[in-house]
Design a protein around this ligand. Structure first.
Ligand code: BTN
Length: 264
């Protein structure tokens, strides 16, 4: 395997990897959660594309209140302030777009990686989770328009994973020497700054569907009160999951939620 590149994380290193104009990122040695800090910056008026990146997080979080394992130097832990003009109903499209954008940017830097997407926002490599995305939005007083979104991205890059996730998670290093975090962050920030235009033309949805690892499969849907099996029929134009319930054959769509799948 090739030797890893020097991977120092600094604002100047991030800025050196892009020729488009991006706001200067904030870099932390340690932070509770980059999403918390990005939210504070967004509320204070930070520009579209402002990034907060940390060497490690003490309270990194995932969807549904889960913890996101964030040890020093082993992953890219980054949150972006985004200000696309989107309505409340369009927020799932931002998460779906981010999944495609992050997958494509990782593959551009690591051509040996072939990344799938598990609805809504998990990036899957060799049948295990490589990265997760947590989108948090703030809306106008009428609740209709998005004021800002904080998009948290956690990518497992290298090193040993903890025992409890070793069967379900994977690092990029397992298939390819990872690029530096600065290079990866710069590529993702520049790409996410184009979210509004790329969501408007909906072209990313074809790529989202192509990368889906659950279309045509039976998965378990987890809601607050229930777990039930469905067959996944497709992904709707609003990024919802189109399903047929195994129990009664009823077809419907899920706007949000969690599915689990048994990879074989
Ligand atoms: C998930 O898998 O459910 C989403 C994981 C998101 C983790 C990232 S790491 C950077 C940012 N800060 C956080 O506290 N969470 C996100």
């Amino acid at each position: 395997m090739q030797k890893r590149k020097e991977d120092s994380l600094s604002a100047s290193a991030v800025l050196s990897f892009t020729n488009v104009s991006i706001p200067c990122p904030e870099i932390y040695e340690v932070i509770d959660s980059t999403n918390n800090r990005a939210k504070v910056l967004a509320e204070a008026g930070a520009a579209n594309g402002t990034a907060v990146i940390a060497e490690r997080q003490t309270a990194g979080r995932g969807r549904l209140g889960r913890r996101f394992f964030s040890p020093k130097g082993r992953g890219l832990y980054m949150s972006l302030v985004l200000r696309p003009r989107l309505s409340f109903d369009q927020l799932p499209l931002l998460t779906a777009y981010a999944a495609v954008a992050v997958a494509e940017e990782i593959e551009n830097l690591c051509p040996d990686a072939s990344i799938e997407i598990k609805w809504v926002n998990d990036l899957i490599l060799t049948k295990r989770k490589l990265a997760g995305i947590l989108t948090e939005g703030a809306f106008d007083a009428d609740g209709k328009g998005l004021q800002f979104a904080v998009l948290g991205i956690g990518i497992n890059l290298s090193g040993e994973l903890p025992e409890e996730v070793r069967d379900i998670a994977v690092t990029l290093e397992s298939v390819s020497p990872p690029p530096t975090r600065a290079e990866m962050a710069a590529a993702i920030i520049a790409r996410m700054m184009r979210a509004e235009d790329e969501i408007a033309n909906r072209r990313f949805l074809a790529e989202y569907r192509r990368r889906s690892c659950i279309i045509g499969k039976e998965v378990l849907v987890h809601t607050a009160s229930d777990v039930y099996p469905v067959t996944v029929l497709g992904i709707g134009d609003d990024a919802s999951l189109l399903v047929r319930r195994t129990e009664d054959g009823q077809e419907g769509s899920l706007a949000a939620g969690e599915v689990s799948v048994r990879f074989s």
